[in-house]
Design a protein around this ligand. Structure first.
Ligand SMILES: [Fe+2]
Length: 299
């Protein structure tokens, strides 16, 4: 098994790379470290590669990059994948702080990129816009989520954190409650992508910034039940849902098997479980907005 430690960055194809570049600079506050005609590479203000945009025919998340232990050997992982009947390759790459990557595809065709060593790409910068601390998690939807849950468990070492009834699975690869989610939906597509903010005050600053930029908040602010993060959601210019969140539950010790106690937990200890729809959605906050709810029904 490949034991993924953390998510690094996501690669998006977009038909209007200039428009999405303006959004990532002006609204999200990522730093465009490399800017070419058909490709823009963004780092967070802390210097980590977070998002890569490439020009394509339709909005699509094409690749997710994960980091593994510096002790891991990518060729050993490639042999493991081959034993599982999964084709992969290890190639040199020219990304800031990352030299080699193992690549293969998950069952829906998303390219998974694995690297074992990285250095931070650039110095800390003051945010020009929201300025998230990292890319935090990616949620997908598809008609049958079970093969994907099995793949991310068996191949990438993910663990199930929580279920919302039988249609929404939250999976972790490190201390964060979830890094990848799978929700049952009409079609196979991205559900939302989320950036972490440093605290509740940062969420307030983000709300004011979205207001200044005339970007409507489609749900929130509120605190979810599952994962207990404070959240706000909006849509990017490609109509993808972007979440900004903070205070996500943390499982610091897998052996103990519970999330670090927090004042807003109703279970003590807070262990992975199956949540009903209502308590999963909110501890407090407004009900889910229609522009958020429509995603799972998209054809
Ligand atoms: Fe989320």
């Amino acid at each position: 098994m490949i034991n993924v430690k953390r998510i690094s960055h996501a690669t998006f194809e977009t038909p209007d790379i200039e428009r999405l570049t303006d959004y990532y600079i002006g609204v999200i506050g990522l730093v465009p470290l490399q800017r070419e005609q058909d490709r823009v590479l963004f780092v967070s203000r802390l210097g980590d590669v977070s998002v890569i945009l490439t020009r394509g025919s339709a909005p699509n998340l094409t690749k997710i990059a994960f980091q593994v232990s510096p002790q891991d050997d990518l060729q050993t992982h490639a042999r493991f994948l081959s034993d599982q009947g999964i084709r992969s390759s290890v190639d040199r790459v020219s990304l800031p702080g990352i030299e080699r990557m193992l690549t293969f595809r998950d069952p829906k065709g998303t390219t998974i990129e694995i690297f074992s060593e990285k250095t931070t790409a650039s110095p800390v910068r003051e945010p020009t816009a929201v300025g998230p601390t990292k890319l935090g998690h990616i949620a997908f939807m598809m008609p049958d989520i079970h093969p994907f849950i099995a793949f991310y468990q068996k191949i990438l070492g993910f663990r199930v954190s929580d279920w919302q009834e039988d249609f929404f699975c939250f999976m972790r690869c490190g201390a964060d409650h979830h890094t990848i989610n799978f929700a049952a939906g009409k079609s196979t597509r991205l559900h939302h992508m989320a950036f972490e903010l440093k605290d509740w005050a940062h969420v307030q600053t983000a709300c004011d910034h979205l207001g200044r930029k005339d970007v409507p908040i489609i749900w929130g602010p509120g605190r979810h039940g599952i994962s207990h993060n404070i959240f706000i959601y909006h849509r990017d210019p490609d109509d993808q849902i972007i979440e900004l969140y903070t205070e996500m539950d943390q499982m610091l010790d897998e052996e103990l098997g519970y999330f670090e106690p927090r004042p807003w937990h109703k279970d003590r200890p807070q262990r992975p479980k199956v949540w009903d729809r209502k308590s999963a959605a909110l501890i407090w906050g407004p009900p889910q907005g229609p522009d958020h709810a429509r995603q799972r029904n998209m054809e």
